[in-house]
Design a protein around this ligand. Structure first.
Ligand code: ACO
Length: 430
């Protein structure tokens, strides 16, 4: 915290307060308004948290104007090039890149917590066959608290760490089970001899009738997508995890809430929405019509995969993913006409003054769906894929929150616009 303060005075009442200026290692400074209401009688109004930091955090930094994304200080481009998802998960949770023995231990722990209890497996039978996999995942993750109630002491750092490992380990198992159930295939057990992404692909696609050859290209592409989606500072789902976490709720309940927040089309549901939109557009020749529709506020239609609350220049993840999309489709020999539609749409929007003026660029989800499709992942699973990756970020933030001594329950204020105080009216007189 700096010594600088800004004094705010209400001329009418002559009440004033000195607001300390809070600065982090990077990013804009902020006013600490904690005493504002007590000193002046005012509080602040900021729908959508456009100018409000809810916490201090050392996990991830974003500079939306410069298109910078750092996990624990490391640029996303370098992690995408040199690291792997599990190492990134370790980094997010622990703050430092692991030494070889630290990584081996972490990998061993995650690998040996991937199984789910048989009774949890049976839960899936209770869902209707066409339930959305996000609904099944959210319920299954929330239910983990019922299986590990002997290790839910959030005041014990060892139990917190164990919960974090369990969540990272079991998310792919739960996600694959939701998919297998929805298509009527037998649920697969995790194979310990495979690494994280290959193990997931095995649980998704292995059939009893023949051995599965897991494509190293597919496993590598998935790993890269997971790195890009692993964390994104105080986004809606992470803020949800932290808000629920601030009440002292158990980690499984917190992450289930995060999954619920991620599901919305304005957030993680966008990758599914992008593919549906591209399929609806159908052909590159229909792109200009779609762009016109997106510009018409009355149409209720937005270009999915375009725009971002924080990135107003470009989304660095989109730059990586765009390049990867072409590479993966080429290496897998997939010729997807939706990629042509996507490229045409991107070009058309980037040239259009509506999108230029509003600084609307393709975000990470614009291309991720096309890659998932090329990997054989069905559209309904796209947001689930996001949830697997983001679990690393969610648990990193949840752990950080519980390591912070002055953490408070999250409780926003409101501007009340309802009826003033009035007397109850007898039913006969209404
Ligand atoms: N298509 C058309 N117009 C858009 C789009 C879009 N995708 N996104 C924003 N706009 C317009 C708005 O209508 C608004 O125009 P106006 O100023 O004339 O009223 C202006 O751009 C600003 O939009 P807001 O909604 O105020 O911007 P906000 O920062 O609140 O929203 C969001 C960001 C939710 C991502 C928005 O751009 C959107 O809905 N995009 C499509 C959904 C999407 O791709 N979501 C994924 C986000 S990334 C992620 O979660 C991984």
């Amino acid at each position: 915290m700096s010594e600088k303060t800004v004094v705010l005075t209400d001329a009418a009442s002559n009440r004033s307060t000195a607001l300390p200026v809070v600065t982090g290692t990077l990013g804009d400074p902020a006013f600490d308004i904690g005493k504002l209401n007590k000193d002046t009688g005012y509080f602040t109004y900021d729908p959508g948290f456009m100018s409000t930091a809810a916490t201090k955090s050392a996990v991830t930094f974003i500079d939306g104007d410069q298109g910078i994304l750092l996990y624990r200080g490391y640029p996303i481009e370098q992690l995408a090039k040199h690291s792997n998802f599990l190492e990134v998960a370790y980094l997010l949770i622990n703050g430092e890149l692991p030494k070889a023995d630290e990584f081996a231990k972490f990998d061993h722990e995650v690998t040996h917590h991937t199984m789910m209890r048989e009774s949890l497996k049976n839960f899936f039978q209770g869902f209707h066959y066409d339930a959305h996999p996000m609904a099944m995942c959210m319920a299954a993750v929330g239910s983990l608290a019922a299986f590990y109630h002997d290790s839910l002491d959030i005041n014990d750092p060892a139990q917190r760490k164990l919960a974090a490992i369990r969540l990272i380990a079991k998310m792919p198992t739960i996600a694959a089970a939701a998919y297998r159930y929805s298509i009527g295939w037998p649920i697969r057990y995790p194979r310990n001899n495979l690494e994280y992404c290959s193990r997931f692909l095995h649980m998704m696609f292995e059939v009893p009738s023949e051995p599965l050859q897991i494509s190293p290209v597919a496993a590598k592409a998935l790993d890269l997508l997971f790195i890009l989606h692993a964390d994104h500072e105080q986004n809606a789902s992470t803020s949800t995890v932290r808000l629920v976490g601030s009440t002292g709720a158990n980690p499984y309940a917190c992450v289930a809430a995060g999954i619920a927040a991620l599901w919305g089309p304005a957030h993680g549901g966008a990758n599914e929405a992008v593919l549906k939109m591209l399929a609806e557009i159908g052909d590159a020749k229909n792109v200009s019509k779609a762009v016109e529709r997106a510009k018409d506020k009355n149409s209720g239609f937005r270009l999915m995969g375009f725009g971002h609350r924080v990135y107003k220049n470009f989304d660095p993840r989109a730059t990586i993913i765009r390049e990867m999309c072409h590479k993966v489709l080429g290496e897998l020999g997939v010729n997807d006409p939706l990629l042509d539609v996507a490229m045409e749409l991107e070009q058309a929007a980037l040239k259009d003054s509506y999108f230029v003026e509003r600084k609307l660029y393709p975000n990470v989800d614009f291309y991720s769906g096309i890659i998932y499709k090329a990997l054989g992942i069905p559209t309904e699973m796209f947001t689930v894929m996001f949830a697997i990756a983001r679990t690393a970020g969610w648990v990193a933030h949840w752990l950080e929150q519980h390591e912070t001594l002055d953490a408070k329950i999250g409780r926003p204020r409101q501007i009340y616009i309802g009826a003033p105080n009035r007397d109850y009216v007898d039913p006969a007189k209404r």
